[in-house]
Design a protein around this ligand. Structure first.
Ligand SMILES: *Cc1c(COP(=O)(O)O)cnc(C)c1O
Length: 634
C-alpha cells in the first residue's frame, strides 16, 4: 500500500484516538494500537492478543487495563483537591464510585484500592449492590451512600453497616421512605445517617434529561423536603440529616445544564441550612459525560467540557452561593461513574469475513462498435472521469445505470450487458470515493455513496452483549483496528455481528471530522487475523449486555503494566467467558439431559442401522464437547 503517503498522525486523526481516549490510547511506530495507563509506558495491544492466544483465550475478549481505573480515580480526586485549594474552599472532597456502572469485583476492588489514598467510597442502588459495598468499601472514613428504592431489609443492612463502622448514609428519594426508616430505627434502637435527594427543576441535557424536572422518578420536591425536615424535627433526629443530593442524569453533554443544576442545588442547600439543618455533605451525583465521538461538543455522544471544567464549576458555584448566603462550606461528594470506569476496558474481536454490497470486478472497458449505446456511454464515463468532472460524471452515470435497467426490462439489453453496465458504474463510484477522500467538501450524494458502497465486516461478537448502548440508544463507541495503522486503510466498511438479528450491526463511527456512516479499515489478508477493538466499554456496556441468541459473557484478561516485563505488561488473570452449557442452564435447560437425549437418538439410529456405531459415538462426543465450549465462533 502507499505507505509513504500515510502516517501514524493520519491514523491518529482518522480514528480520533487522542480525542476520545484522553491520552489513554495511542498508536506506536509499528502501527499498533497501544494502551497508555500512565501516559509514559505503553502496552502494545497486539502483544496482549499474542499472549492471549498463548493462553488459549479466544476472541472475542474483554481486555481490562486495571491501571487506567487507578489513574482515573487519582485524577478525579486530585482535581477536586487542587481546585478546592485554589478556590480557598473550606470544605473537602469525599467522592463515591456508583458500582452500577460496573459491578465486576475486580473493578470494584481496583477502585477501592486506588481510593485508599483519599476518602473515596462506594455508592449502591439496590440490595445486591448494598451487600457488595458493605463487604468491599474498606476505605477508612469514606462514605457508603445508599440510593435506590428501599424496603425494611435495605434499611436494616444500612444499620448493619454502622455496626461495622462504615460511614453509611441512606438517601431518602421518596418521602414515604422516611416512615420505613423510622420503623426500623425504632426496632433496632439505632438511627442511621440520612441524606435527601432533591428533584431539581433544572434539567440535565442529553439522553437522560428525564432524570430531573417535575416528572422525574426520584427525588423530593422542595415542598416535600420541607415536610421531611418537619418529620425529622418531630422525631428529634434532624441532626441525622447529613447529606443533600441531586442527580440529574447520565452523560450530560452541555456544561450549561450542569451549571444550572449546581446553582439551583446550591441554593436549596443553603436555604435548608438557614432553616436549621446541619448538613455536612453536598452530593452532586453523577452525570459527567464522555467524549465518545471526539467532537468535544454538546451532542449526545460528547461533552463540551472536561473533568476540570466540571470540577471547577462544582467548587466555585458552591463556594460563591455559600459565601453569599453566609453558610459554611460543606464536604463535596460526587457520584461520578461513567468517567471513572469507561476507559479501562475494551472488547477485541476479529473480522472473519466480509459481505460486499458491490463486488468490484474487472470488466472490459474497451469501446466496441457492437456495444449497445448505453454500455458505450458507461464505458466512456469511466474513461473520462477525473477530479474536476466527477460530479457531472456521477450524475450521468447514475442516469445511464437506470436506463440500463429499463432497457433490460424491455429486452433491449441482455443480462451480460446489464451486468457490465452495473460493474462499470460501481467502478466509477469506487474511483470517485477514492479521489474525493481528502477533499474538505464532498457533495452529499457522494457522501451517501460511500455509505451505500461500504462493505460489511463480519466480526465475531454480539452487539447486544458487548455494545448494548450502540443498539439501544445509538451511542457512538470508538472502533479502531488494532494493527496495520501505519498502512493507509483502503476499505470503507460497516460492522455486522454474528447474531441473527439485523439490528446486530454498527453503522455509526467516530471519524476525522465528525460521525461517519463507515469505518475506514484495511483489506483482509488470507491467514492473517484482523483484530479490531471497541473502546470505552468499561461503563455500563460491560454489565448491561444480554444473551441475545444465547451469546454469553466474554472471555476476559486483566492486564497490569509492569516495568519488569519485557513488553511492559503482564496478564494477571484470565476469566473464562460463559460456555454454551452456562447460558443454557440460565434458560432452564440441563446440558446433561440434552446430551443424553442426543445419545438416545444415536442409539436408535444405530439400531435402525442408519449409522455405524463408531461414527455415532464420534458425533455424540462432538455434541458434548461443543456444549461445554465457548458460545462464540471458534
Ligand atoms: C447512575 C447514577 C450515578 C452514576 O452516573 P454517571 O453518569 O455514570 O456518572 C450516580 N448517582 C446516581 C444516583 C445514579 O443513579
Amino acid at each position: 500500500m502507499s505507505k509513504k503517503s500515510w502516517s501514524i498522525e493520519e491514523a491518529m486523526h482518522t480514528y480520533q484516538v487522542a480525542r476520545w481516549s484522553e491520552g489513554y490510547f495511542n498508536i506506536n511506530e509499528q502501527g499498533n494500537l497501544c494502551a497508555q495507563p500512565h501516559k509514559l509506558n505503553s502496552i502494545d495491544i497486539s502483544k496482549v492478543i499474542e499472549q492471549m492466544k498463548n493462553l488459549n483465550v479466544q476472541y472475542p475478549c474483554v481486555i481490562r487495563f486495571q491501571d487506567i481505573i487507578k489513574d482515573q480515580v487519582h485524577k478525579l480526586n486530585n482535581t477536586f483537591i487542587e481546585t478546592i485549594k485554589r478556590a480557598k474552599f473550606k470544605g473537602s472532597y469525599s467522592g463515591v464510585y456508583p458500582i452500577k456502572v460496573n459491578q465486576l469485583r475486580e473493578v470494584v476492588e481496583e477502585v477501592v484500592e486506588a481510593g485508599s489514598d483519599f476518602t473515596y467510597g462506594l455508592e449502591c442502588g439496590s440490595k445486591a449492590e448494598l451487600l457488595t459495598v458493605l463487604a468491599y468499601n474498606t476505605n477508612k472514613s469514606s462514605l457508603t451512600i445508599l440510593n435506590g428504592y428501599k424496603d425494611e431489609e435495605y434499611i436494616k443492612l444500612a444499620i448493619l453497616g454502622l455496626k461495622i463502622n462504615r460511614n453509611t448514609i441512606i438517601v431518602i428519594e421518596k418521602l414515604s421512605e422516611i416512615q420505613t426508616v423510622l420503623k426500623v430505627s425504632k426496632e433496632l434502637g439505632v438511627v442511621p445517617n440520612l441524606g435527601v435527594r432533591a428533584k431539581l427543576n433544572s434539567k440535565g441535557s442529553g439522553k437522560w434529561s428525564k432524570s430531573s424536572g417535575d416528572n422525574a422518578k426520584f427525588g423530593l420536591t422542595v415542598s416535600e423536603i420541607l415536610e421531611l425536615i418537619d418529620i425529622l424535627k418531630i422525631n428529634n433526629i434532624q441532626d441525622n440529616l447529613k447529606l443533600f443530593h441531586f442527580h440529574v442524569g447520565s452523560q450530560i453533554s452541555d456544561i450549561r445544564s450542569i451549571k444550572d443544576c449546581l446553582s439551583e442545588g446550591a441554593r436549596i442547600f443553603c436555604e435548608m441550612q438557614k432553616l436549621g439543618t446541619n448538613l455536612e455533605y453536598f452530593d452532586v451525583g453523577g452525570g459527567v459525560g464522555l467524549n465518545y465521538d471526539g467532537s468535544r461538543s454538546n451532542c449526545a455522544s460528547s461533552t463540551n467540557y472536561t473533568i476540570s471544567d466540571y470540577v471547577g464549576d462544582v467548587v466555585y458555584i458552591l463556594r460563591d452561593t455559600c459565601d453569599e448566603v453566609g453558610v459554611n462550606h460543606p464536604i463535596i461528594v460526587s457520584e461520578t461513574g461513567r468517567a471513572i470506569s469507561a476507559h479501562h476496558s475494551c472488547v477485541v474481536t476479529n473480522v472473519f469475513g466480509s459481505i460486499e454490497n458491490i463486488k468490484l470486478k474487472k470488466v472490459d472497458t474497451e469501446l466496441n462498435d457492437h456495444d449497445h449505446m448505453i454500455l458505450r456511454n458507461m464505458k466512456s464515463f469511466q474513461r473520462d472521469l477525473n477530479h474536476s468532472n466527477f460530479q457531472d460524471i456521477y450524475n450521468d452515470a447514475s442516469i445511464t445505470k437506470e436506463e440500463a435497467i429499463s432497457g433490460f426490462k424491455l429486452g433491449i439489453l441482455n443480462l451480460k450487458e446489464r451486468s457490465d453496465v452495473e460493474k462499470i458504474f460501481w467502478n466509477i463510484c469506487s474511483k470517485i470515493i477514492d479521489m474525493t477522500k481528502d477533499d474538505p467538501f464532498v457533495p452529499r450524494e457522494i457522501k451517501i455513496l460511500k455509505y451505500e458502497y461500504a462493505k460489511k465486516y463480519i466480526c465475531n461478537f454480539s452487539v447486544f452483549q458487548s455494545a448494548p448502548d450502540s443498539w439501544a440508544i445509538g451511542q457512538i463507541l470508538p472502533i479502531v483496528p488494532i494493527r496495520r495503522l501505519d498502512e493507509e486503510p483502503t476499505e470503507y466498511v460497516t460492522i455486522a455481528d454474528i447474531t441473527c438479528d439485523s439490528d446486530g450491526a454498527i453503522d455509526q463511527f467516530v471519524g476525522a471530522n465528525g460521525i461517519k456512516n463507515y469505518l475506514r479499515a484495511h483489506d483482509l489478508k488470507k491467514n492473517e487475523d484482523y483484530p479490531i477493538g471497541i473502546f470505552l466499554t468499561g461503563a455500563y456496556q460491560d454489565i448491561m449486555g444480554d444473551m441475545h441468541n444465547l451469546f454469553g459473557r466474554l472471555n476476559e484478561v486483566h492486564v497490569f503494566s509492569s516495568d519488569e516485563d519485557e513488553d511492559g505488561f503482564y496478564i494477571e488473570e484470565v476469566i473464562k467467558g460463559q460456555n454454551c452449557s452456562d447460558v443454557l442452564k440460565i434458560m432452564q435447560y440441563s446440558p446433561e439431559v440434552m446430551c443424553r437425549k442426543i445419545k438416545k437418538e444415536f442409539d436408535k439410529a444405530i439400531k435402525e442401522k442408519t449409522i455405524a456405531p463408531k461414527e455415532a459415538k464420534a458425533f455424540s462426543d462432538f455434541y458434548e464437547k461443543t456444549i461445554y465450549g465457548y458460545t462464540y465462533l471458534s
